[in-house]
Every structure is written in structure tokens, then in C-alpha cells.
Design a protein around this ligand. Structure first.
Ligand SMILES: Cc1cc2nc3c(=O)[nH]c(=O)nc-3n(C[C@H](O)[C@H](O)[C@H](O)COP(=O)(O)OP(=O)(O)OC[C@H]3O[C@@H](n4cnc5c(N)ncnc54)[C@H](O)[C@@H]3O)c2cc1C
Length: 313
């Protein structure tokens, strides 16, 4: 048995989600290597090599890997897959793009979004928007796995002394000429912490009534040093951009504190936040389902409660 973890890299830097995938890999119990691929990979490879428990870092670099396009990355992974029984990646947008392609090319079933490792071939994962947890056993020779990062405690980023070895995929020699090409990226810039990594998240729903009113949510989030999230209804109504969406079809978060304001608590929203350590709900409807998962519930009009909370903070 041997496990390959696919590093999540952005702007040449190793992202913390990789450390949660490494925790899942450690639980599998086999030696762990990391594959780092980027336009310029030296920094990320060095960071991966210093993570405790990593044996070897395979570093692939070149223009083909600059934008994490699925075709060249999948070809690279499949090229080295023969040495591994497990291929593991954090369930980020990038890995969700690449790993199904890897699984298809290897002709195995992907095991998505695992919550725990019960054994080398047995894992738990959420189904029905998180309303049930399935225990799945795979008989495939290679397990291709994505990891729900909020379910695993990140391994320490230091203490390791892995060897770094250059890896080359077929794409590196062909210039990555695949069926897709990178056109452009529009990056949202924010001084607030990233939604999936924030310790505090304050989310607003349709109850806010407009994009302008989201300023009330933002002020409280800033007071708490938190990120701003939203329900899908708030996103669909155009109040906020869709990268703020929390839920089944948005981001999965599990902060220390989640404040849901003017959010009813539909199961698809709960699927993205119910593992938060402390949940606070502010809603004027005392029967709103959000109160069933809330540790603290305030039945109040948010237009009174949020300014009061802001002043108190
Ligand atoms: C396949 C699928 C995937 C989905 N994925 C997601 C997802 O990822 N994330 C997500 O969030 N949803 C998702 N949804 C949508 C989900 O079902 C709900 O429609 C949505 O979450 C509702 O958003 P909301 O709670 O903001 O709006 P509503 O359900 O309209 O609730 C608004 C709440 O605000 C309260 N309110 C109104 N005014 C005030 C006030 N002045 N003060 C205090 N409270 C007030 C109301 O009492 C109400 O509870 C999905 C649906 C489907 C079918």
C-alpha cells in the first residue's frame, strides 16, 4: 500500500486544504507521497516536503500546470498512479474537477467527500445532502478519494524532511495541448478571511431583502474578524456574489462560530454549515427550521438585532 496526496496549490503556494487531505492519508496507514504540480512549483514543493509524515514529494512544473486544468493534471496523475493504492485530494473546486477524470481514466469508482477512514478500503461519506452517512467499501485496486476538509484535523505543516523528486507527465512534453485552455480568471479580492478557512462566519439570507442591507452582516462579520456567507436564495436574488454561497451546492464550512441571519435553514443550507461548533440563528419566525440546529437562537427582526449586536460588539 502507498498513498499519493494531490496538493492543492494556488498562486504557487500550498493551500491549507492539503493538510486536511494529508490527515486522511495518514489515517489510511500507508506511506504517503505528495504530488505538487504548478507553473512554478519550488515553493509549494518545499512546503509539502516540510509537512510531518510525507515521504516523497513529486514536483511537476511547467506552463501546462499553471492553471490546474483537468486534462494535463489528470494525465500527470495517471502517469504515476501505478505506484499507488490510494490517490487522495481535498474536495476543493480544483480536485473536484480533476479527480473524476483520474478515476475514469483508471476505470475505478471515485469515493467522494469522505468524512472518516474506517480502514484502508472503508470510508464514510455523506449522502442525501448530509442527512445520512454511508459507509462504503471499495474493491477497486486503486482508491480515488476526495476528502471533506472540515472533517479532518489538519496535520502540522512542519517537522517533515521529505525528498523532492521531479515528475514529468505526458502534458509537460506536449505543452498541455488538451481540449480546454485557460482564458482568464476573475479573482474576488477581500480583506476578510476565506470562507472555508474562517474561524467565524456570519451569513445572510433572503431575509436581508437587498444587497445594500448586507452591509449589516458585513459590519458584524468585521467586528468578529469573520468571513461573510450567504444562502442560495440571497445569491439567486443577486444580493451577493455566488462565491459566498454556503450549502450543498456552495461551500462547506465548519467554523468555531456560525451566525445565520434571516436564513430559514433549508436542508441544502444546513448541509454546508451544520458541523459548525457553535451556531447562532437570528430569525423573526420562531418556527424557522434553523432553530433546530442552533445552539443559540434569537427570535427577532434582524434590522433591529444586527445594529444592536454591532454596537454591543
Ligand atoms: C438542489 C438544490 C440545492 C440547493 N443548494 C443550496 C445551497 O447550497 N445553499 C443554500 O443556502 N440553499 C440551497 N438551496 C436552496 C434551499 O432549498 C433554500 O431555498 C434556501 O436555502 C433558502 O434561503 P433563505 O433561507 O435565505 O431564504 P428563505 O427560505 O426565504 O428564508 C428567509 C428567512 O428569513 C427570515 N426573515 C425574513 N425577514 C426577516 C427579518 N426582518 N428579520 C429576521 N428574519 C427574517 C424568514 O423568517 C425566513 O426564515 C438548494 C436547493 C436545491 C433544490
Amino acid at each position: 500500500m502507498r498513498t499519493l496526496v494531490i496538493a492543492d496549490i494556488e498562486g504557487g503556494a500550498l493551500k491549507p486544504a492539503t493538510l486536511a487531505a494529508l490527515a486522511a492519508a495518514a489515517a489510511i496507514g500507508a506511506p504517503v507521497d505528495v504530488l505538487a504540480a504548478a507553473g512554478s512549483v519550488a515553493d509549494a514543493a518545499r512546503a509539502a516536503a516540510s509537512v510531518a509524515g510525507v515521504d516523497t514529494v513529486l514536483a511537476a512544473e511547467g506552463p501546462a500546470y499553471e492553471h490546474a486544468l483537468a486534462e494535463p493534471l489528470a494525465a500527470l496523475i495517471v502517469g504515476v498512479a501505478g505506484a499507488y493504492t490510494h490517490i487522495v485530494a481535498p474536495a476543493t473546486a480544483s480536485a473536484r474537477n480533476v479527480l473524476p477524470r483520474v478515476a475514469a481514466l483508471l476505470d475505478v469508482a471515485q469515493i467522494s467527500d469522505i468524512l472518516s477512514v474506517e480502514g484502508p478500503d472503508t470510508f464514510t461519506r455523506p449522502i442525501y445532502a448530509g442527512n445520512a452517512i454511508a459507509t462504503v467499501r471499495s474493491a477497486d485496486p486503486v482508491k480515488v478519494i476526495t476528502v471533506r476538509t472540515t472533517a479532518f484535523e489538519a496535520v502540522p505543516a512542519t517537522g517533515g524532511t521529505a525528498t523532492v523528486r521531479a515528475a514529468e507527465g505526458p502534458a509537460a512534453t506536449t505543452g498541455g495541448a488538451g481540449r480546454s485552455r485557460f482564458v482568464s480568471a476573475q479573482l474576488a479580492r477581500s480583506d476578510r478571511p476565506e470562507l472555508t478557512a474562517a474561524r467565524v462566519v456570519v451569513s445572510g439570507g433572503r431575509g436581508l431583502g437587498s444587497g445594500e442591507n448586507f452591509a449589516l452582516v458585513e459590519r458584524v462579520a468585521d467586528r468578529l474578524g469573520g468571513a461573510v456567507g450567504a444562502s442560495r436564495a440571497a445569491v439567486d436574488a443577486g444580493f451577493v456574489p455566488n462565491d459566498l454561497q454556503v450549502g450543498q451546492t456552495g461551500k462547506i464550512v465548519a467554523p468555531d462560530l456560525y451566525v445565520a441571519v434571516g436564513i430559514s435553514g433549508a436542508i441544502q443550507h444546513l448541509a454546508g454549515m451544520k458541523d459548525s461548533k457553535v451556531i447562532v440563528a437570528i430569525n423573526k419566525d420562531e418556527d424557522a427550521p434553523i432553530f433546530q440546529v442552533a445552539d443559540y437562537g434569537l427570535v427577532a427582526d434582524l434590522f433591529t438585532a444586527l445594529p444592536e449586536l454591532d454596537r454591543a460588539l
